[in-house]
Design a binder for this molecule. Structure first.
Ligand SMILES: *Cc1c(COP(=O)(O)O)cnc(C)c1O
Length: 371
C-alpha cells in the first residue's frame, strides 16, 4: 500500500475529458489557431458566466492580471495601494511593478485574512485602491470592505487567485469590487497546464482597457494607443480550462467535504483553523491548521509521507525583494505569528476517506505522543 498522501493529483483532473481535449488541441495546432482564438473567447464567456460577471479577459498569469487591473485604473507612481502583510508575493509585487506604493495592514488572527479594522487608519490622501485577498479559499468580509471603499472613494481589486467559486451569500469572490483577478496556475482550484490568469469585471471600460493593455497597447492592428504588456491567455490553456470548468463546482464541494471531515477528526487537539463566517462557501484552496508546535508537526508529517507544507513562512514585509520599503520585524505581529504557526495539510478534491484517516491519524499521533 502506498502510504504517501500527496498534495496534488493533476492527472485525476482530466478523466474522460482527456481524449476530446487532445483532439480539440490537435485541431488548433493544425489550423494554426494560436493567439486569441475562439477557444479563448469561449473560455472567457464561460468563466464570466460562472462568476456571474459581465466580462472576463484572459491573461498570461494571475500576477499579470493584478498588474493589468492596476494599470487599467491608472494607478502608478505617487499612489498608494493597501493590501495585507500575509499574502503571496505576487499581490504586493504587482503594486510595485506599476510604480505605486504598497501599504500593508496586518492579518486578523482568526480568519487569517486582512484585518478590516486596520484598513481605515492606513488610508491617506494618496490611497487609490485596496487589494482584498481571499486567502486560502476564504472570502474577505466584502460588505464592510466595500462600504469603507465607498466612504473613501477607493477602488477595490480582489485577488481571487485562491478562491475560484468561493462565495458569500451566493455572490462569487472576484465579483464584489471593481475587478477580480484570478490565477489558473496548475496548483489552483481551477488549473491550466502552465501559467494562465484572468480578470473579471462588470465595467465595460475597464474590460476594454485591459484587452488593449494585454495586447501591446493595440486598439487595432499597428495602432498602439497605450503602453501595454504582452499578456494574453494562451489558446491551448483556454482549451484545458474550458474542459475543467464544468467540474469546478463539484471539486469545490469535495474540498469542503474533505475539510469538514478533517476538522471533525482533529477535534479536541490543540489546533485551530480559519474561523468560519456565516453564509460563506470556503473553497479550501489550502487547508491551514495553526499550532505553536508547527515545525515539529511539519517534520513529523513529512517523515510519515504526508505532503504537508508551509504557506508562507516569510511574510511580505520581511522578504528581501521588498527591503526598499523599510518594513521590519515586529511591524505586523499577526502575520509573523501566522508565518511561524500555520501549515497546510494536503487537501485534494479526489482524496478518499482512507487518505483523510492517514493524515488525521498522523496529526493525532503527533499530539498524543507528545502530551
Ligand atoms: C497564485 C497567486 C497569485 C499569482 O498567480 P500566478 O498565476 O502564479 O501569477 C497571486 N496572488 C495569490 C494570492 C496567489 O495565490
Amino acid at each position: 500500500m502506498n502510504m504517501k498522501v500527496n498534495r496534488y493529483n493533476y492527472p485525476s483532473q482530466f478523466g474522460n475529458d482527456l481524449q476530446p481535449l487532445l483532439r480539440a488541441i490537435g485541431e488548433d495546432l493544425l489550423k494554426g489557431h494560436y493567439i486569441l482564438t475562439e477557444a479563448v473567447d469561449s473560455f472567457e464567456t464561460a468563466f464570466a458566466d460562472y462568476i456571474g460577471a459581465k466580462y472576463c479577459v484572459g491573461t498570461n498569469s494571475g500576477t499579470d492580471a493584478l498588474i493589468l487591473a492596476l494599470l487599467a485604473m491608472g494607478i502608478g507612481p505617487g499612489d498608494e495601494v493597501i493590501t495585507q502583510a500575509n499574502t503571496f508575493y505576487a499581490t504586493v509585487a504587482a503594486i510595485c511593478f506599476v510604480g505605486a506604493t504598497p501599504v500593508l495592514v496586518d492579518a486578523e488572527p482568526h480568519a487569517y485574512l486582512m484585518d478590516i479594522e486596520q484598513v481605515e487608519p492606513a488610508i491617506t490622501a494618496r490611497t487609490k485602491a485596496i487589494i482584498a485577498v481571499h486567502l486560502f479559499g476564504k472570502c474577505m468580509p466584502m460588505k464592510q470592505l466595500l462600504a469603507l471603499a465607498e466612504k473613501h472613494q477607493l477602488r477595490v481589486i480582489e485577488d481571487a487567485a485562491q478562491s475560484h467559486g468561493a462565495r458569500i451569500d451566493g455572490h462569487a469572490a472576484g465579483h464584489f469590487g471593481d475587478i477580480g483577478c484570478f490565477s489558473f496556475h496548475p496548483s489552483k482550484n481551477l488549473a491550466a497546464a502552465g501559467d494562465a490568469g484572468a480578470i473579471v469585471t462588470d465595467d465595460l471600460h475597464l474590460a476594454e482597457q485591459i484587452k488593449v493593455l494585454r495586447a501591446l497597447g493595440q486598439s487595432g492592428q499597428n495602432r498602439h494607443v497605450a503602453l501595454g504588456m504582452n499578456s494574453k491567455l494562451d489558446a491551448i490553456q483556454a482549451r484545458v480550462l474550458s474542459a475543467k470548468l464544468g467540474h469546478l463546482e463539484h471539486w469545490n464541494e469535495q474540498r469542503r467535504a474533505v475539510a469538514a471531515h478533517c476538522i471533525s477528526r482533529l477535534d479536541g487537539l490543540p489546533l485551530s483553523f480559519q474561523a468560519p463566517a456565516e453564509h460563506e462557501d470556503h473553497v479550501y484552496h489550502l487547508f491551514q491548521v495553526r499550532t505553536e508546535q508547527r515545525d515539529a508537526l511539519l517534520a513529523h508529517l513529512q517523515s510519515n509521507g504526508i505532503d504537508a507544507v508551509v504557506r508562507y513562512p516569510t511574510p511580505i514585509h520581511l522578504q528581501e525583494a521588498f527591503a526598499a520599503y523599510g518594513w521590519k520585524a515586529g511591524d505586523f505581529p499577526v502575520a509573523e505569528a501566522l508565518a511561524t504557526q500555520t501549515l497546510c495539510l494536503p487537501l485534494r478534491p479526489d482524496m478518499d476517506a482512507d487518505e483523510v484517516d492517514r493524515v488525521c491519524g498522523c496529526v493525532r499521533a503527533f499530539f498524543e505522543g507528545h502530551s
